[in-house]
Write a protein that binds this ligand. Structure first.
Ligand SMILES: [Zn+2]
Length: 198
């Protein structure tokens, strides 16, 4: 099945992803497809749960420009620490098309992870990169940017979120999307595959 970006409230978005135990050609193929999809949808980052894969992997290119491949970064099993400062800025998410709200994030954060060649990454990222890294790492833990909305932002997003929920249910009624229970079973089956540890 071709890889596809899932939209809120697909259960994959709330399902905590498992750490990757083997970085191999199969994983690098997933990563390449994720970059492709990210560029097609004009995103700056994309996390594996957004393509219904329950693995701790995300890709990022802060330029969003497929011509600038030198800015591509892959983060596997990322861990964040030492957050510093707070900045509020408008944020969107490919799983919530056309929804933008202000979200407060650390201005700077340390990220430790592995890249697609299995090399250790240990960096301090700031500003836009820090925002993307925090947003995408959240995805790996089933956390979404809507969780940070202020009461005012929640209120003004209510109609669009309800529309997403309605569309999700309709797709299930039309048989275009399996039930939530079946989608969760699919995620659990993927977790048992060789590239992850329980
Ligand atoms: Zn997102």
């Amino acid at each position: 099945m071709p890889m596809k970006i899932v939209k809120y409230p697909h259960p994959a978005l709330r399902h905590p992803a498992k750490p990757v135990s083997l970085i191999d050609a199969a994983l690098r193929k997933i990563v390449a497809e994720m970059f492709q999809l990210m560029y097609e949808h004009h995103g700056l980052g994309l996390a594996a749960p957004q393509v219904a894969l329950p693995y701790q992997v995300f890709v990022m290119n802060p330029t969003g420009d497929p011509e600038q491949r030198e800015h591509e970064q892959v983060f596997i099993n990322p861990e964040l620490s030492d957050p510093k400062g707070l900045v509020e800025a408008e944020e969107g998410c490919l799983s919530f098309p056309d929804l933008y709200q202000k979200v407060r994030r650390a201005k700077e954060v340390r990220v430790q992870a592995y890249d697609a060649q299995g090399r250790l990454i240990d960096r301090v990222v700031t500003d836009l990169e820090a925002r993307i890294v925090q947003h995408e790492t959240d995805h790996l833990h089933g956390k979404l940017f809507i969780d940070y909305f202020s009461p005012g932002a929640k209120l003004s997003s209510r109609a669009i979120l309800e529309a997403f929920e309605k569309e999700h249910r309709r797709a299930q009624e039309r048989g275009e999307l399996p039930s939530d229970a079946e989608l969760i079973r699919q995620l659990q089956a993927l977790e048992k595959e060789a590239i992850v540890v329980g």
